[in-house]
Design a protein around this ligand. Sequence first.
Ligand SMILES: [Cu+2]
Length: 484
Amino acid sequence: MPINRRSLLKFASAIPMIATAPNLAWTADDNASQKADYTLRIGTGLVELAPDHIVSTTLYNGQFPGPLLRFKEGQRVVVDVQNDTDTPELVHWHGQMIPSDVDGAAEEGSPFVPAHGMSRIAFVPRPAGFRFYHTHVVAGADLNRGTYTGQAGPVYIEPKENPGAYDREVFLVLKEFEPSLSRGGDMASDALVGAPIATLQEMGKVADEEAKSTSKGFEVGYELFSINGRTLGQGDPIRVKDGERVLFHVLNASATEIRSLALPGHVFHVVALDGNPVPTPADVPVLWLGTAERISAVVEMRHPGVWVMGDLADDDRSHGMGIVVEYAGKTGKPQWAKPKPFRWDYRQFGKNDGTPLAPDETIEMTIVKQNAAEHGFNRWTLNGQAFSMDTMTPMFTLHQGRRYRLRFRNASDDIHPLHLHRHSFELTRVGGKPTAGVIKDVVMLGGFQEVEMDFVADNPGDTLFHCHQQLHMDFGFMALFKYA
Ligand SMILES: [Cu+2]
């Protein structure tokens, strides 16, 4: 098995893979004679995180991250997905407003890519911006399945016009490897603005008391951490010049973790969240990203040296979560400096004094954790119900054209990266304060906090909502929306 030794810079300008003529066993499309624009091959491969840390996992096209796919907004693409593994797979096109049958979620009715089989998928990419693709199968207790594997890759949908004032684009995919189950975790408690709400804390206490188990359920920990498939210090650094403006597209491709990123002596000028331009671009010293979130930020390189761009958590950074930024003509050991504490506030990027439109309807969901209720795993309920993969019963009915407000109340201490498929939403209340104008497809909800967001039911078809933390979504934290 050849080990992929691509450099970051090569990756940043990756050329789309040339598709080979597919030998179709099954097709969802009527143009089997047409050549696919892209081929994704799912199979076991090796990732050389470091010379002494080579991991074997499931990959796209034998590499991590999967190839950067550059689509053009509104221009139809045909993708062949070849599954060389022994189990059915699903490729989800995260953040795109496409039909349910190609979205890549079984709960919405997308067909599986059969084991040792092929599927042809065709769709019109939209909207423009930084998206990604990843597996959407249930992992449960199997840490060799789902997003614990290396099945993730970036998508960039070229806008019809490109307003970016930058010299260079660099994609960064943050990812952990070698997962294992453990008791207890270390979720960042200082990541988000807002204070815990007493009534939600009380609900959490009641749930704890009602739990049959006195201990918390399993969490997942990792041995190795990487950016673009390399641990900190391995592979090529990001080479920059004094005065250069670099546009970073950062993706948190973790299965379960919240991530932070800082570059000592530099600020991030955030221009887009989840690929959508923000109304108020703003400078921040630290990026915080929930699972599956993306941030696009310009960094002006005006602090020559050799630096570590890395996670704030010392343990994660020392196990590889970082990448070296090296100015031209500078040498020496990469330097790290811990930034001052900084709490992430989505409202910072919203419309000033923004008031959201009034919704037609409000849907409330209260999130409760049942400690170790399912074979030692925590079970998650929404309004008292854990999603059943057997029945896949829809929870809500949508009427096309209506504006819905989702109000989430978190009666647990965990941060939840909430994700809605096939639609974008506008944040309307964060950390107890109103906001408008920030359009996303994943939002972090803090422990014992509330968040509100609006979406317009403008893309008919079954639509999945779930927490993007793989352990949470696999153990109940999902809901299905049906259009009337
Ligand atoms: Cu969650």
